[in-house]
Design a binder for this molecule. Structure first.
Ligand code: CAA
Length: 398
């Protein structure tokens, strides 16, 4: 059952990602981050490299690789910068994977194919100004009117909000159930930017991921064809949670890239910086920080690979994905903290990349399930308060 060997396809995917992010993004990321500037050219490079549909079958416009390949791409992306990995989290993890899982054939033809080819960019809208962890607390509504739904509401903290062509939006279709906080009153909709009544904007002044776009989506009387309902009416909460199984996986894998970036930058610095007549990599307390980073990287990688293996088999991986996401983002935060410490005063300035890594590491411990939500989920699984039931649609295996 256990095979730790990466296949030739896995290595090719990782090499391709390293090449695109390394050659194109790395030389300019420090400046983009400093200027809080999004570079639309990067996403075009990802499209040209066919990376935006890496884990979908060729018949749906993808590269036909597996979910481990997706994880490896995320790791390489975040090795360069978190903004690069976030594109994969929302476009693939939270949106395209959901259409692949829950979509009708018509929806796959209309949305998955152009998204996998990178001709259209997609994102995910669950969170609202007053509802994050408490997903049931969202206020957006979708009122049925003949063959259409009329959507009203606002989504917040949405990555790629200002550039996405398509949005997966969650809304209450049953307001009586909303009052009772019954999740079966929620539904999921595919919304196009061009639908009348959709407006978006960017959020400025973020702590990290500054070269990426995070924003809001407002919907005012947006008419959505009934054909754009994803899954059945009332399945929205389950769809949202299954999307998070995809998104959290990409976050976990990406975080190991961030840990590796911290390790490599710190190794380079520590091998040249001298104190007390020797390079600082010879000091025991500095070695301890390296040891902690290695521990986080190696164990974190095994956790997301385990989740990827389950996904490849077409099995449910909610528990394993949550654990991987919690551990990897936790360890990335610690690694970035240690990397700044190893760099001393230089780590406190943007002359070295670790200050950016430090700021970037924070967001992932909050989005796609805070650390606290994952702790609760893990405890509840163990204590028998939570079990994964059968679901109508599961992400297809490879
Ligand atoms: N797949 C399919 N179905 C699932 C599922 C999954 N992964 N997880 C749960 N379900 C189903 C359950 O089986 C259950 O169905 P039944 O009632 O038929 O049994 C139903 O959904 C309700 O599940 P739970 O009882 O487990 O739900 P809960 O109320 O316990 O969930 C929670 C609570 C775990 C805190 C959940 O609300 C949660 O995960 N909150 C965090 C939300 C979050 O991560 N938000 C981040 C948004 S994305 C973002 O931030 C990034 C961006 O840029 C857009």
């Amino acid at each position: 059952m256990i095979d730790f060997e990466l296949t030739g396809d896995h290595k090719t995917a990782a090499d391709l990602a390293r090449d695109v992010a390394g050659k194109y993004l790395r030389p300019q990321i420090a400046e983009l981050d400093r200027q809080q500037k999004y570079d639309p050219e990067f996403i075009k490079r990802l499209k040209d490299a066919d990376l935006l549909g890496i884990c979908f079958p060729e018949k749906y416009g993808g590269m036909g690789l597996d979910y481990i390949a997706l994880g490896l791409v995320c790791e390489e992306m975040e090795y360069v910068d978190t903004t690069a990995r976030v594109i994969f989290s929302v476009h693939i993890g939270l949106n395209s994977m959901a259409i692949y899982t829950w979509g009708s054939e018509e929806q796959k033809q209309k949305y998955l194919i152009p998204q996998a080819k990178g001709e259209q960019i997609a994102t995910f809208g669950l969170t609202e100004p007053a509802a994050g962890s408490d997903a049931i607390g969202i206020l957006t509504t979708a009122r049925k009117a003949g063959e259409k739904y009329i959507l009203n509401g606002e989504k917040m903290w949405i990555s790629l909000a200002d550039v996405a062509d398509n949005f997966l939006i969650f809304a209450w279709t049953d307001t009586e159930k909303q009052k009772k906080r019954d999740h079966t009153g929620l539904s999921a909709f595919i919304i196009e930017r061009k639908f009348a009544g959709v407006t978006t904007g960017a959020i400025h002044g973020k702590l990290g991921v500054r070269a990426g776009i995070t924003g809001w989506v407002a919907m005012q009387d947006v008419e959505v064809p009934a054909a754009n309902l994803l899954g059945y009416e009332g399945e929205g909460f389950k769809i949202a949670m299954s999307c998070l199984d995809g998104g959290r996986y990409t976050v976990a894998a990406g975080s190991t890239g961030l840990i590796r970036a911290c390790m490599d930058a710190s190794k380079e610095y520590a091998s040249t910086r001298k104190t007390f007549t020797q390079t600082i990599d010879h000091h025991q307390l500095v070695k301890e920080m390296f040891a902690e980073m290695i521990y986080g990287y190696e164990a974190g990688r095994l956790l997301w690979l385990q989740a990827g293996w389950l996904k490849n088999k077409g099995l449910r991986s909610t528990r394993e994905t949550s654990l991987a996401k919690w551990f990897c983002t936790d360890q990335a935060e610690k690694a970035a903290y240690n990397a700044v410490q190893i760099h001393g005063a230089y780590g406190f300035s943007d002359e070295y990349p670790v200050e950016r890594f430090f700021r970037n590491s924070k967001g992932a411990a909050i989005y796609e399930g805070t650390r606290e939500i994952h702790k609760l989920m893990q405890a509840d699984y163990f204590l028998g308060f939570r079990t994964d039931h059968e679901v109508r649609c599961l992400l297809p295996g490879v």
